[in-house]
Design a protein around this ligand. Structure first.
Ligand code: HEM
Length: 471
């Protein structure tokens, strides 16, 4: 990179409103705006505007979008101690509490130490049959010619899986109700991120969106607390996150409080279901639009599995499946933007830019993954980009669907196992066709999801395409 340094005042950026900063552009077309910003260079200054400056009492408050993998590595890994997560809107704190997603320093390290062995690649493979059984049950409900909303189906499927991972049993309440409650919470979080005004209205003021959130949130919270108490009473040990938390002790040998256990369970429930559901939904869409890729995948599945269900031991040989999964996460990373990082001290990035104390580093997998320097013709779906050779040829931090460094996704191995096994189970049984030729655009909420529902028609593999007419 460079030995020269670029002072903050010289970091380029798009023209923005003096009062509202980059807010209006980001709200109007978030994803398009992030891509446009690539043309300003490796580090792009996005002023927050006078209103936020007054609110934060911070002159020249700005976010700095990082477009170069070396700067991304520096902030997330090499000099990660200089950065903390930026502030979160009130509803997000209410939902996640002191769960691992939002803590910092020693507390965060202790939480990761507790979870890392459980979420390690070797341990999560014990969940293989749970995943394939759940996927097989769902696909068995699809009949030939049926139209499904693939996003809904994937969300139900991944919710059932994460529930079993957390609580070791099937969901007692209605899956649809829990899903709707989670969605209401996520919509409110997104709104509070987008609008300072929305985040200033206290949650107890009973406007419709607060009422919807509180109703759904109370339902989930009550269910989780009940499950914690039932397990405490029975003292049964299961291979699930709840048992792990009940057995855990802090540094002084005290067990975790009910509140701490609830915060972690809530965190995993929300962090670990819609992300994977969206990754799967986008993958089905991409596959349905590329017949050659789909056929090559089916060929690989037949060769490795024959007619049986996949399990974790098959995955090293399902190489093309993994390339498809990686390419789908490149084009549509569910975590389209990482949580902003707040600089605790002035920092010089490898690209030469000087980030001042209190500045916000913005890292967007969406934008990084669609940078033509590392991914030529970036909007084209091409699993070959993830052949060993192509992967070796580009910088590691050009591709970060699971983040990096000390806050890298804890559920990465589980998400990958789940994604690959669900894809393999379903693609061995059915072919999914897009009902019409509409272009499906992504929408950036808490995760990157399709703007409109994706309707697909199921075609069972192995059945004749047309049935003989019996006279
Ligand atoms: C395809 C699916 C998934 C994607 C793309 C994804 C992506 C991410 C990313 C990018 C981060 C880092 C955020 C940041 O640095 O600001 C993260 C953190 C996290 N993820 Fe995932 N995730 C996925 C699935 C899961 C699953 C299945 C679980 C749980 C079983 C999970 C649990 C977590 C947790 C607890 C954190 C916080 C880690 C920390 O701050 O120390 N994720 N995820």
């Amino acid at each position: 990179m460079t030995d020269q340094h670029t002072p903050t005042s010289h970091i380029p950026g798009p023209p923005v409103s003096r009062w509202w900063g980059c807010g209006p552009e980001l709200r109007r077309d978030t994803l398009g705006f992030l891509l446009q910003c690539q043309s300003y260079g490796d580090v792009v200054k996005l002023p927050m505007g006078r209103v936020i400056e007054l609110f934060l009492r911070q002159p020249d408050a700005a976010m700095y979008l990082l477009n170069h993998p070396a700067d991304v590595k520096h902030v997330l890994v090499t000099n990660q101690d200089n950065y903390r997560k930026g502030p979160v809107p009130p509803v997000e704190s209410r939902i996640f509490g002191q769960g691992v997603l939002h803590t910092e320093g020693d507390t965060h390290h202790a939480q990761r130490r507790l979870f890392l062995p459980f979420f390690h690649g070797n341990h999560v493979t014990t969940y293989s049959s749970l995943i394939t059984d759940t996927a097989r049950t769902r696909v068995a409900q699809w009949h030939d010619g049926m139209t499904i909303d693939i996003g809904q189906d994937m969300a139900h499927l991944t919710l059932s899986v994460i529930w079993r991972l957390l609580f070791g049993e099937d969901m007692r309440s209605d899956t649809g109700l829990i899903r709707d409650s989670i969605s209401a919470g996520q919509r409110l979080i997104k709104l509070q991120y987008d609008s300072l005004l929305a985040s200033l209205i206290p949650l107890w003021i009973p406007i419709p969106r607060h009422r919807r959130f509180t109703r759904g949130f109370n339902l989930i919270e009550k269910t989780i607390i009940q499950l914690i108490r039932d397990r405490q009473r029975s003292s049964e040990h299961r291979n699930d996150v709840l048992s792990l938390l009940l057995a855990a002790q802090d540094d002084d040998g005290h067990p975790l409080s009910e509140r701490e256990i609830r915060d972690e369970l809530m965190t995993f429930l929300l962090a670990g279901h819609e992300t994977t559901a969206n990754a799967l939904t986008w993958t089905w869409l991409l596959l349905s639009q590329d017949q050659l890729v789909w056929e090559r995948l089916v060929f690989e599945l037949k060769g490795v599995l024959g007619d049986r269900l996949p399990d974790a031991a098959d995955l090293p040989r399902l190489r093309y499946l993994k390339m498809i999964w990686d390419e789908s996460l490149r084009l549509y990373p569910p975590a389209w933007s990482l949580h902003t990082r707040l600089a605790q001290g002035e920092d010089r990035l490898p690209s030469g830019a000087m980030l001042p104390l209190g500045s916000w580093a913005l890292i967007s997998p969406w934008s990084l993954h669609r940078n033509s320097r590392w991914f030529p013709d970036p909007s084209r779906f091409d699993p070959e980009r993830f052949s060993d050779e192509a992967t070796r040829a580009r910088p590691v931090y050009a591709y970060i669907p699971f983040g990096a460094g000390g806050r890298r996704c804890l559920g990465e191995s589980f998400a990958e196992l789940e994604g690959l096994l669900i894809l393999a189970t379903i693609a061995s049984k059915v072919r999914l066709r897009l009902d019409d030729g509409r272009t499906i655009h992504p929408r950036p909420g808490m995760t990157l999801h399709p703007k409109t529902p994706i309707q697909m028609t199921v075609q069972r593999v192995g059945l004749p395409k047309t049935y003989p007419v019996v006279a």
